[in-house]
Design a protein around this ligand. Structure first.
Ligand code: FAD
Length: 400
């Protein structure tokens, strides 16, 4: 957004509570690599500069990439500046920070979607002697005691960390709710490449039937590795990870799992099949069938006949629980009345329900790719155009 505002000669400042790339520096686990290939972090006026476009950045590389971008665009970033409140007055917005106050006719909320660890209320009932951690605080397996781990959640984070914990020698059981299965490589090309060229990532928020639902869809079960391996449930169970249904409750130290595991897996297979059908149709339309490998399908997800519906958490077998249950944004500093009953900001594709206020970086904000580094650029272009017309409108009003 800073780059787009500068291009449009809009005077602005970027306030950041930590250093540039703070979330990548402080809220990710050590071994994390992006699940988007290197080429797929196209920021306005800047892209991948190395010689491995199809590789996946680790955290130091991701931080270096964003540091370099801030440098290249000479972003006016005020680091170590925490915003403590944003409110509205007659002239626009008053932004209070721990380093002094700012005023702006407009404001852009770009604090991301992942500020607070989302932990289900039933976590309260976990027996005291079990160590619990959320993926936001997880750095490496040394933080957990030896012994069996229960991983809750089977999207990108859950599958990656279940794999890591299993490799650390701990027996792992994973509670699996709704998830989206995806092959890393399909017909010889990265799945992200297909989703990019076939326009799936560009689908717009105003063309989707149920946008609220689309905004809640879990991340694809993808991981970035040199081997470009698929890390789906079949890959995990082949290594020895046990699967149970979604964690539905904990009563008297006993965990209860949903009986819908098979259905969830069947649904996920079906959705993956639909995605691959879409890709195949697109490839045929574009005359690509001769250039890429032939279509193929993955074996259905293997689920044992009667997965356990309960587990005693008080017998000492399970030593730790890792919540891979997602994140939510923090708007505790936002003193503009724009939150709906569920605490979400009311907006239309990032144009917030308060004049001159904008929002970025949330899932499916304007496009399917809106919460990916590769997606924020297009959103910033659209929203900065809107912001410029808003400011022009104010100038016209003042002249009248
Ligand atoms: C585990 C995980 C893996 C991911 N993997 C990928 C991936 O492979 N590829 C990809 O493209 N995207 C990935 N993402 C998404 C990515 O992290 C961002 O959501 C995306 O890059 C959008 O960036 P953003 O700047 O909007 O949000 P963020 O990167 O979250 O940045 C928000 C910034 O706001 C700052 N901030 C928050 N509150 C305040 C305040 N009160 N005052 C001042 N500053 C504040 C934070 O310090 C932070 O630096 C992943 C996210 C997670 C959680």
């Amino acid at each position: 957004m800073s780059r787009c505002l500068a291009e449009r000669s809009i005077d602005h400042v970027v306030l950041e509570r930590g250093a540039v790339a703070n979330s990548w520096r402080t809220e990710r686990w050590d071994s994390l690599r992006l699940l988007t290939p290197n080429w797929q972090s196209r920021l306005p006026g800047f892209g991948y500069e190395g010689d491995d476009p199809d590789g996946y950045r680790d955290m130091p590389e991701t931080i270096a990439f964003l540091d370099r971008y801030a440098e290249v665009i000479s972003g006016p970033v005020e680091t170590n500046t925490t915003v403590t409140s944003v409110s509205r007055d007659d002239d626009g917005y008053v932004v209070r920070t721990d380093q002094g106050d700012w005023r702006g006719r407009t404001a852009v909320l770009a604090t991301g979607a992942c500020n607070i660890a989302r932990v289900p209320a039933l976590a309260e009932a976990v027996p005291q002697d079990i160590a619990t951690l959320h993926s936001m605080d997880y750095r490496n397996s040394d933080q957990l005691p030896e012994g069996e781990v229960l991983v809750i959640g089977a999207s990108a984070t859950g599958t990656q960390l279940a794999d890591e914990l299993h490799r650390s020698g701990r027996p792992v059981t994973m509670a699996v709710g709704e998830h989206i299965r995806a092959p890393r490589v399909y017909r010889g090309r990265d799945l992200e490449w297909w989703m990019d060229v076939a326009g799936i990532h560009d689908e717009r928020y105003d063309e989707i039937d149920d946008i609220n639902r689309a905004r809640k869809v879990p991340s694809l079960q993808l991981t970035g590795s040199d081997e470009r391996t698929t890390l789906d449930l079949n890959a995990l169970t082949a290594k020895g990870v046990k699967l149970v249904g979604r964690l539905a409750g904990i009563i008297d130290g006993k965990a209860q799992f949903s009986g819908a595991l098979r259905n969830q897996c069947a649904m996920s297979d079906l959705k993956m099949g639909r995605l691959l059908n879409l890709i195949d149709e697109w490839a045929t339309d574009q005359g690509l069938d001769g250039e890429v490998e032939a279509p193929h399908r993955l074996e259905p997800t293997v689920v044992e006949a009667d997965p356990p519906l309960g587990m005693d958490l008080s017998n000492g077998a399970i030593r730790s629980i890792l919540w891979c249950t997602g994140y939510r944004p923090d708007y505790s500093w936002l003193d503009v009345p724009v939150l709906d009953r569920k605490g979400r900001i009311r907006h239309d594709g990032g144009v917030v329900d308060s004049p001159g206020l904008y929002l970025m970086g949330l899932q499916f904000l304007r496009r399917r790719k809106s919460a990916l580094m590769d997606g924020v650029g297009d959103d910033a272009r659209d929203l900065s155009d809107h912001l410029v017309s808003y400011l022009d409108g104010l100038k016209t009003k003042l002249k009248m």
